[in-house]
Design a protein around this ligand. Structure first.
Ligand code: GDP
Length: 425
């Protein structure tokens, strides 16, 4: 594995953090290529438990260069706070690099997020972190880039112009706005901390890739939240699919050699939007409680449902998975029967991959039922150690997706992972 992407195969929160942390042990470089601080990875390691929102999970390994790539939207103050929690645990953050071309999420983007969400009848369920509005400004060509923080006078002028333009375009924003001076102070305080990390990341990445170093790309959210391919409009404002890598990290597509899709053994989703296999019964409560399904960023409880193969197949093509990691298999323990959704039905037709978000609410999932298992599997370290019915479950997911499952996660800790050397017999 040289340039290895780790991407979410569902609606986000699949457990990418654990697997990136696991892979990062051997990585020379970890790159975030899209998104912002609107999703969180939870990492449990020897230093403690961390909810990382922006900082790549490789930060805990001093030999790993961690890159916040050009495609990442950065809220300076929040990044400073996140870095502080890592420093407080005694970890040096000198291995972090921030792309000078990455765009900033500014305080007025958060005000705009709140204002715009207040205007919507059906809420998008934004985390109100200002990412969407900041992306709008980036696309609208009046965003501000991290490298602009270097020249204070020029930056002040650019900020004043951009903010005045914004207020002209969105007069209603005024009622939601704070003081310009407070915004300025916040940014200047963050500048002091962040300036040393800001660089042109391209030569670094180019050298690492050319020298055959292990480069890990850390995707955020998942395929169903992709701006182009997800359950629009209940999507994020970037491309978490592997197609987002070339633009967001600045790596040519042909150089991405491996793509690991991360999926839970069931499905969860947070916030509004369609979710075909959602459960509102005892099994759903089992998954939520046993899986501790509460958001790392928002604390919101996640809806839970059965594993959705159409979603996994969809990502198999879009992301080009070379392998899958099946997470949280331990959470299914204690269920008498477990279901796998193999297809959807809509208006007399059968679909084996998702229909667009505007139709997905109307589909009926087709289920295949398998036997559950009672045993606690969190101590299993080989697939043969798993109860027979759990092995059957894993094998069935492989058969239905056509992608080898190379990692089976049976608990939150790094060592609670089964590494599958070869395909299941
Ligand atoms: P991410 O955003 O994809 O990294 O996912 P989150 O960090 O939001 O959610 C994953 C949660 O599940 C975290 O609290 C992890 O510690 C936990 N977790 C990861 N893998 C497993 C597993 O195999 N079993 C259990 N029980 N928990 C896991």
């Amino acid at each position: 594995m040289m340039v290895h992407a780790v991407v979410g195969a569902q609606y986000g929160d699949e457990g990418k953090g654990k697997m990136v942390d696991y892979f990062a042990v051997h990585a020379d470089m970890v790159i975030r290529f899209q998104g912002g601080g609107n999703a969180g990875h939870t990492i449990v390691n020897e230093f403690g438990k961390f909810a990382l929102h922006l900082v790549p999970s490789g930060i805990f390994n001093p030999k790993t260069t961690c890159v916040l790539g050009t495609g990442v939207m950065i809220h300076p103050k929040n990044l400073v706070a996140e870095l502080q929690t890592i420093k407080d645990a005694g970890i040096d953050t000198g291995n972090l690099v921030i792309s000078e071309r990455a765009h900033m999420v500014l305080p007025y983007h958060i005000w705009q997020d709140e204002y715009e969400e207040s205007l919507r009848d059906r809420k998008v369920g934004t985390t109100l972190q200002g990412i969407g509005p900041a992306v709008q400004d980036k696309v609208g060509r009046f965003g501000l880039q991290m490298g602009e923080l270097r020249d204070v006078d020029r930056f002040r002028k650019r900020l004043e112009e951009a903010y005045a333009f914004k207020l002209k375009r969105i007069p209603g924003l005024k009622d939601y706005s704070g003081e310009f001076d407070d915004m300025w102070k916040e940014l200047m305080a963050a500048r002091e901390v962040l300036l040393p990390y800001i660089q042109d990341t391209s030569p670094l990445i180019q050298t690492a890739v050319s020298e055959g170093k292990e480069v890990l790309l850390e995707g955020q959210l998942g395929v169903m939240r992709d701006l182009d391919w997800g359950v629009y409009p209940f999507v994020t404002s970037s491309n978490p699919i592997s197609g987002g890598i070339p633009a967001g990290a600045g790596i040519p597509p042909r150089l991405v050699t491996d793509v690991t899709g991360i999926t839970k053994a069931y499905t969860t989703a947070v916030g509004a939007g369609p979710f075909p296999t959602k459960l509102e019964d005892e099994s759903g409560r089992h998954l939520q409680q046993r899986g501790q399904e509460f958001g790392a960023t928002t604390g919101r409880s996640r809806d839970c449902g059965w594993l959705d193969i159409p979603t996994l197949k969809y990502g198999t093509w879009l992301n080009g998975y070379t392998k899958l990691a099946l997470m949280k298999l331990d959470v299914l323990s204690g269920l008498k029967k477990v279901a796998i959704c193999t297809a959807y039905e809509l208006d007399g037709k059968t679909y084996d991959t998702p229909v667009p978000g505007y139709l997905l609410d109307n589909v009926t999932p087709v289920y295949e039922w398998l036997d559950g298992w009672d045993d606690d599997i969190s101590a299993c370290r080989r697939r043969e150690d798993l109860p027979e019915s759990a092995q059957t479950f894993v094998k069935r997911v492989e058969e239905l997706t056509g992608v080898p499952i190379r990692y089976i996660s049976v608990g939150p800790r790094r060592q609670q992972t089964i590494i599958v050397e070869e395909e299941l017999a």
